[in-house]
Ligand binder design. Structure first.
Ligand SMILES: CC(=O)SCCNC(=O)CCNC(=O)[C@H](O)C(C)(C)COP(=O)(O)OP(=O)(O)OC[C@H]1O[C@@H](n2cnc3c(N)ncnc32)[C@H](O)[C@@H]1OP(=O)(O)O
Ligand SMILES: O=C([O-])CC(=O)C(=O)O
Length: 383
């Protein structure tokens, strides 16, 4: 694990990637013995029974809402779902073809702060309202961007629809059916929070300087984008498309493993015996695969899982079956990670609010390994 170094008065232990380091207390979510809970509720229970809005309330208030509280949150999310016209105009007048959707989202979310006169106000009430606004607007932003880049007009949010249904409606300009809503809502529940993952840690580090909520979410989006984290779901689909057919799986995966290429959607820093979210996404991938007539992506995924788990003992993580599942919902592949961000914003916000509640600057140390005792050399004397 780590190496202890005595530097003057300080004992420094270097733990690469901070593996196993406990950096904060938190009452939002936990992973203990491979069991994931949100505020003590097991993810299996929530995935089967809770709506995304209930989970948002749970994460932000540390209790499930009663009917009136849930209605109030839903009303607030609807009321704030419109995004400023200036941001839509910016997206409509910018060349979006060379940027990854996560980069566009990172910029668009950052721009939201410019339209919020309370962006810099630092009290509990204002920060909570910013959380509501961000959660409400981020799904509208993703859906609007997805249409604008295809030359289509954004679809205004429908205030009568729930969060999951509204996103699919704004994306496709078509009211989704019950199966689509249920699957998408469950995916949002499953992705909502995950203890101190890299993007959540990023958000907490950012706001622990007492920077604002928008900065925390912008920073977190940047961290989620990477293929070792949320960006893996898009890369899983890339791999599935490259493989193309079930009968090509074996050769492709064996070759990748022999060449020490990481298989996207497998492995995890914390889970050793498997990610409890994967089974739910697997079931939805199969169900939607059958309904959409595109079952082959599920079949390929199952074959990949068999090979990777048997040869490397690496179980699939949340990003593996979400890829084929989103594909079968008709979602463009490079929107998979922005959709992850839409859901995870709820967790990031819960952690940001928790960080403000009991803040201390997060500032670890580095073990310096560079040269020492150097003397400045004038530029004309340098080689
Ligand atoms: C929402 C999420 O963020 S879930 C994670 C999404 N990311 C991915 O799916 C990307 C693929 N997976 C990975 O890169 C890793 O498993 C991570 C980033 C998730 C975890 O990383 P770490 O805890 O640092 O594990 P690390 O990368 O050191 O892997 C340990 C060993 O398992 C191997 N390994 C880990 N994941 C994989 C994989 N997906 N495919 C092949 N081998 C793997 C490594 O090569 C390494 O082998 P070695 O000891 O022989 O060198
Ligand atoms: O916890 C992690 O390291 C990554 C992960 O699964 C998530 O963020 O959902």
């Amino acid at each position: 694990m780590g190496e202890s170094l005595n530097k003057g008065e300080m004992i420094m232990t270097v733990i690469k990637g901070l593996e196993g380091v406990v950096a904060t207390t938190s009452s939002v979510s936990s992973i203990i013995d491979d069991t994931l809970t949100y505020v003590g509720y097991e993810i299996d229970d929530l995935a089967e029974n809770a709506s995304f809005e209930e989970v948002v309330y749970l994460l932000w208030h540390r209790q499930l809402p009663n009917a009136a509280q849930l209605t109030e949150l839903k009303t607030q999310l609807s009321e704030h779902a419109d995004v400023p016209a200036g941001i839509l105009t910016y997206l409509q007048t910018t060349n979006l073809t060379t940027s990854h959707p996560m980069s566009v989202l990172r910029t668009a979310v950052s721009m939201l702060a410019l339209y919020d006169e309370d962006a810099e106000v630092m009290d509990e009430k204002s920060n909570y309202l910013k959380a509501v606004k961000l959660q409400a607007k981020i799904s509208t932003l993703v859906a609007a961007y997805a249409r604008i880049r295809k030359g289509l007009t954004p679809v205004a949010p429908d205030k009568e629809l729930g969060y999951a249904a509204n996103f699919l409606y704004m994306l496709n300009d078509r009211k989704p059916n019950e199966i689509e809503i249920e699957a998408f809502d469950k995916a949002l529940v499953l992705h909502a929070d995950h203890e101190l993952n890299a993007s959540t840690f990023t958000a907490r580090v950012c706001v622990a300087t007492l920077s604002d909520v928008y900065s925390g979410i912008t920073a977190a989006i940047g961290a989620l984008k990477g293929p070792l984290h949320g960006g893996a779901n898009e890369n899983v689909m890339k791999m599935l498309m490259e493989i193309g057919e079930v009968e090509h799986v074996d050769a492709y995966i064996q070759n990748a493993l022999n060449n020490k290429v990481k298989i996207m959607g497998f492995g995890h820093r914390v889970y050793r015996n498997g990610d409890p979210r994967a089974k739910h996404l697997k079931a939805m991938s199969e169900q939607l695969g059958i309904i959409s007539g595109e079952r082959k992506w599920y079949d390929m995924s199952v074959k990949i899982e068999e090979i990777v788990t048997s040869s490397k003992d690496l179980p699939p993580n949340v990003d593996f079956y979400s890829a084929s599942m989103y594909h079968c919902l008709g979602i463009e592949h490079d929107l998979f990670t922005p959709i992850f961000a839409v859901s995870r914003t709820s967790g990031w916000l819960a952690h940001i609010l928790e960080q403000y509640e009991n803040n201390r600057l997060i500032r670890p140390r580095a073990d310096y390994t560079g040269p020492t005792g150097q003397k400045y050399v004038a530029i004309e004397d340098r080689a």
